[in-house]
Design a protein around this ligand. Structure first.
Ligand SMILES: NC(=O)c1ccc[n+]([C@@H]2O[C@H](COP(=O)([O-])OP(=O)(O)OC[C@H]3O[C@@H](n4cnc5c(N)ncnc54)[C@H](OP(=O)(O)O)[C@@H]3O)[C@@H](O)[C@H]2O)c1
Length: 281
């Protein structure tokens, strides 16, 4: 019999690709999202876990800048609700996969972050997500947390799709050159999550496509791949002040998760090229 997986945030950018991937992999998938499912409501949580063997939490308050002024809401969704999910899942013997973020770090380290590096968030969103990790750990059930960074996918606004849209207009683009990470496709994240579920891996893992680049280098790679004539110039983060400060170093060391995966993680260039080749014109 196929395993029953409930995906919370199942119509978001990651959740939708995960739901498709898991269904194709033979799992029995229930994908829930606002408005019919609210992570902060205990009745909704209880219903979501009915009959589930595994729950994957992709639901989150993801607007990083809004979190600065709506911290109580961000904390309720990204922090307290994750603790409630952990408690209920423990009672019911459900395995929890929770998605977290590089924004738990301040980005000041001069090397890629490992799972043992101490978190130190520099914005409200990061603080709310760190509280979610801790609340899930405190709940004491069986869980795995997979942190991701610089996500892109078909279903949602993200850095890659914004650059594609703007580069297609032929406008001159200024892109920050002092934030470094690895653009990572939600489809590749979904594959890693499936492996964590299949092996019932517990603990904390960092996942990203391999290699690193600045946002400026990524934008240039996009224009090149799509043969767009956009003029792209580098600038500093200070040229685009935002309510929330972003970490400059989002690089992840992925050795721990690589050791349990069935195949080598793809480079960011390879994954991005495949995504762009199939991007709507
Ligand atoms: N995108 C990135 O670059 C990035 C980087 C690092 C980590 N992450 C993490 O990756 C995970 C997946 O995010 P994503 O990129 O797929 O973002 P997303 O597209 O914004 O997905 C989040 C989903 O959660 C839903 N949601 C928000 N509040 C909810 C609530 N109270 N109850 C139920 N659902 C709720 C959202 O619905 P609405 O759209 O209706 O609000 C949305 O469908 C999150 O944990 C996020 O923190 C993302």
């Amino acid at each position: 019999m196929s395993e029953a997986i409930t995906i919370l945030g199942g119509r978001g950018m990651l959740g939708s690709d995960l739901a498709r991937g898991m269904a194709q992999g033979g799992y029995s998938v229930q994908a829930l999202d606002l408005p019919e499912f609210d992570l902060t409501k205990s009745k909704d949580l209880a219903r979501a876990l009915d009959g589930a063997q595994v729950v994957v939490n992709c639901a989150a308050f993801t607007n990083v800048d809004q979190a600065e002024t709506q911290f109580a809401t961000a904390l309720a969704v990204n922090g307290q609700a994750v603790g409630a999910l952990g408690t209920l899942a423990k009672e019911r013997g459900v395995f929890v996969v929770h998605i977290s973020t590089d924004f738990v770090f301040d980005g000041r380290l001069d090397r890629p972050y490992t799972e043992t590096d101490p978190p130190c968030p520099i914005n409200a969103y990061g603080r709310s997500k760190l509280e979610g990790e801790r609340a899930l750990q405190r709940a004491g059930g069986a869980y795995v947390i997979m942190r991701v960074q610089w996500s892109y996918g078909r279903h949602g606004a993200n850095f890659i799709t914004k650059i594609v849209e703007r580069a297609r207009t032929g406008a001159e683009l200024k892109v920050v050159a002092d934030q470094v990470g690895a653009p990572t496709w939600t489809v590749d994240m979904a594959g890693a999550i499936e492996r964590l579920i299949r092996g019932r891996r517990e603990g904390l893992y960092h996942f990203a496509n391999t290699g690193y680049a600045s946002r400026f280098e990524v934008a240039r790679a996009i224009a090149q791949e799509l043969n767009l004539p956009a003029k792209i110039t580098p600038c500093a983060s200070e040229a685009f002040p935002t309510p929330a400060t972003r970490p400059k170093n989002s690089r992840f060391n992925t050795a721990k998760i690589q050791a349990i995966l069935d195949r080598p993680i793809r480079s960011w260039q390879e994954a991005l090229a495949e995504f762009l080749q199939n991007a709507p014109a």
